[in-house]
Each structure stands twice: as structure tokens, then as C-alpha cells.
Design a protein around this ligand. Structure first.
Ligand code: ADP
Ligand code: MG
Length: 395
């Protein structure tokens, strides 16, 4: 059923389609055609590109907006694959030559050069169709693809960082955040002193209560400190200091830094380094920040005993670092929000981690992709352009 959750008159007729005479059949076809025209009108008014593809990537339906966005022609529908029209997409999704899409939700940022130079955000969602129909088409699953033009967003986010008014407010906020660092430091030191004093009072009946209060204060101070650090990191668009960098070695360093937290949580990390050394031009500190944030999210999504698998792959133009976890996954309804500042599903989360990741990856001429399946896990793909590829900046 297409239009609503309740069974419509149309559905009832469709259920008896075998027993209809010619006239009623003609009526039915008419009704279906009208319903279809109605839906097409809705889809064609949308500014977002909407497509339906098979798990092999063949385009089965496309609305008007998507024709314009990816330069689709009538002859492509039912024939061409999305992979052919958007070069690089298949590799980015990690699908082999003849491979099929898995039933997860995906998000990517794409740079299109044809028919116009623009940036597009793409979502792929499995089609929640009729299970009977799915069985009939012998396992050919379908997917809805949504394309939104984000060229303006990318331009304005670059410009707005330069706009004077915004930057003066940010500067003020950054100043305040920075000032908070000193009293926090002082509180930390005094808490340490209190802990030392407490240790001497071990016999006292008050000891346990006091100790746990001090512990709570310590945790809260750490949390405040984290919020401030993240805030400062998020608003301060530092110009990357590009150097020649081995992403694999940097990843190992970054994981080293998180080793004790990984161990505490009982989480293993496996790295498949691939065949080609991933050398790029990048800012080491910023790349470490990216790895840190992505790994942290993977950890936080998993239970003890979880596994993070990092796979490094490459093609002619890019390196792909895929961070796969066996965690909770991301629901379809959250997928479009995960990069929004302050969007978090965690108690005590800042909701800034992925926004920072996205900003840094953009500044490196790369992007972040997400593929996720609720209850199964998430793969975050970091795409870095190879050193020899010229960055194509917006005019
Ligand atoms: P925070 O971690 O502070 O919540 P982030 O920006 O890092 O903020 O992430 C935003 C949200 O995206 C998280 O709250 C979570 O819902 C979701 N998310 C990110 N990474 C993962 C992951 N690996 N598995 C499941 N959910 C994730
Ligand atoms: Mg996070």
C-alpha cells in the first residue's frame, strides 16, 4: 500500500483483481494511473532528487529534480546504474564490481562535475515495500535514494566563518570558554588535595560518603573540561597545517592514546592495512582528532566484547578508511541529523564529535560517509584525496 496505513478502497479491489470483469479492470487501471500521477506530481514538485534503485544500482524511477542533478536521461531509467551516473559512489559505498547494496541506511557527500559542478548529500534507504512483492521479484531489493543540493550550504559555511559579526560573537564565546579553563584547573588541584586528605581519614565513618562526593566532583569537572575543549575545537576553524602524513601510522598513534579506554570497555580493534601505504597531505593533529572522535563513537555504541574493524582501501583518487563497529547502529530517522551540532542520543553527549569530523574532512578535500544498520552496526568511511590529486575548490 502506498498512500496510507489503512486499507483503502483501492487495496480492496486490488485484492480481488483475479475476479474482475473487463470494465472493472479498466476502471482499476484508471484509478491506479490517477494515483500514480498524483504521487508523481508530488515527487516532481520536490527540490530534492528522489530515485528508486535496485540493489544492483539500476535506476527504476527518478523524479524531475534528480534528472537535473545528475544529468539523467529518459533512456537511463530502467537501464543505467546509479554507479555509472555518479562515478566513485560505488567504491565509496564499498561495493564490489558486481556487488549488491546491503539493506543498511547510508549517507554520503558527493562532488558532482556533470552536468554542473555542485555538492550533493545523498541518502540511501532500504525500501519498506510489500514483503510478498519482494519475494516475487526473487530477492531484488529496492532502495530509495534522496539527493539534496548542499552547494549553497558549503559555500555559506565557508563564508559565514568569515563574516565579521559571527566571528566576533564566536571570539567572545571562545574567550569565555577559555577563561573557564583556569578555575577548572584550580578545582581539579583542590580535589586532588581533598583526596589526599581523605586517604588519611580512612577510619572515619564519614570517609566513604565524602570520597564518593569527591569522585562525583572529579567526574563532573572532567565532563565540563571535555565540553569546553570540544566547543573550542568546534568553533575554531584552524587552518590545517598540511604535511606529508602516513594515515596508518597516525591511526596507530591515535589508538595508542585510547588504548586504556578500549581496554576498560573490553573492546578489541583490528586493522586491515591494505596493500598501499596511505600517504596523504594532511594536518596530523586534526586527523588524530577525527580518528579519536570516530573511534570514541564506535566504542560508545558497543557493549564489552565488541569489535572495531578498521579497513584501509584505495583507488586511483582516494584512500578509504572504514571504521566498522558491531554497535547499536543509527536509526533511519537520526541519519540526517548526526552531523548537526548538538545532536546527540547519549546522556552527557556533546553532539559535536561528528560535526568536527565533517569539518576537518571537508577542509582536507575529503568527506565522511556513514552506513548503518540498527542493531547490527555502523561503518564510518573517511575518504582522503590522494596526495597527487589536485583539490578542486569552489569558485
Ligand atoms: P556525541 O557522541 O557527543 O553524541 P557525535 O557528533 O559524535 O556526538 O555523534 C552524534 C550521534 O550520532 C550520537 O549521539 C549517536 O546517536 C550517533 N552515532 C555516531 N556514531 C555512531 C556509531 N558508531 N554507532 C551508533 N551511533 C552513532
Ligand atoms: Mg561522539
Amino acid at each position: 500500500m502506498i498512500l496510507g496505513k489503512k486499507e483503502s478502497a483501492l487495496d480492496r479491489v486490488l485484492g480481488q483483481v483475479d475476479s474482475l470483469d473487463e470494465i472493472n479492470l479498466a476502471n482499476l487501471v484508471n484509478k491506479l494511473a490517477r494515483e500514480r500521477a498524483f504521487l508523481e506530481t508530488i515527487f516532481n514538485t520536490s527540490l530534492e532528487g528522489i530515485l528508486v534503485i535496485t540493489d544492483g544500482g539500476v535506476i527504476e524511477y527518478a523524479n524531475v529534480a534528480s534528472y537535473k542533478m545528475i544529468g539523467l536521461k529518459d533512456a537511463d531509467v530502467g537501464e543505467s546504474t546509479l554507479w555509472r551516473l555518479i562515478p566513485g559512489l560505488r567504491t565509496s559505498l564499498g561495493i564490489e564490481e558486481e556487488g549488491r547494496l546491503e539493506s543498511s541506511v547510508s549517507s554520503r557527500e558527493l562532488e558532482l562535475t556533470y552536468p554542473e559542478h555542485r555538492y550533493v548529500r545523498l541518502y540511501i534507504l532500504p525500501f519498506e515495500g510489500d514483503t510478498e512483492l519482494e519475494e516475487e521479484s526473487a530477492g531484488e531489493a529496492r532502495f530509495v535514494v534522496i539527493l539534496s543540493d548542499i552547494t549553497a550550504e558549503k559555500q555559506s559555511s565557508e563564508e559565514s566563518l568569515e563574516s565579521e559579526r559571527v566571528s566576533s560573537i564566536l571570539l567572545l564565546a571562545a574567550g569565555v570558554a577559555h577563561e573557564l579553563g583556569n578555575p577548572l584547573n584550580s578545582i581539579t588541584i583542590h580535589l586532588q588535595l581533598m583526596e589526599r586528605q581523605l586517604a588519611k581519614l580512612e577510619q572515619s565513618p564519614q570517609h566513604d560518603k565524602l570520597a564518593s562526593s569527591v569522585e562525583v566532583c572529579r567526574e563532573e569537572v572532567t565532563r565540563l573540561d571535555g565540553i569546553i575543549k570540544n566547543f573550542l575545537e568546534a568553533i575554531r576553524p584552524q587552518v590545517p597545517d598540511f604535511q606529508t602524513l602516513d594515515l596508518y601510522a597516525t591511526l596507530e598513534e591515535s589508538l595508542e592514546f585510547q588504548a586504556s579506554e578500549l581496554e576498560d570497555r573490553g573492546i578489541q580493534v583490528e586493522i586491515d592495512a591494505g596493500t598501499e601505504t596511505p600517504i596523504v597531505r594532511a594536518d596530523k593533529q586534526q586527523v588524530k582528532q577525527v580518528f579519536f572522535n570516530v573511534t570514541k563513537n564506535a566504542m560508545e555504541a558497543m557493549q564489552p566484547g565488541g569489535l572495531i574493524q578498521v579497513k584501509i582501501q584505495s583507488d586511483e583518487e582516494r584512500f578509504y578508511l572504514r571504521f566498522g563497529d558491531s554497535g547499536t547502529g543509527i536509526g533511519q530517522e537520526h541519519l540526517s541529523q548526526v552531523f548537526q551540532p548538538y545532536h546527540t542520543t547519549k546522556e552527557g553527549g556533546t553532539g559535536l564529535g561528528l560535526m568536527i569530523v565533517q569539518r576537518i574532512m571537508r577542509e582536507h578535500g575529503g568527506q565522511v560517509g556513514i552506513d548503518s544498520k540498527e542493531g547490527v552496526g555502523t561503518v564510518v568511511t573517511l575518504e582522503f584525496p590522494k596526495q597527487n590529486r589536485k583539490f578542486r575548490m569552489l569558485e
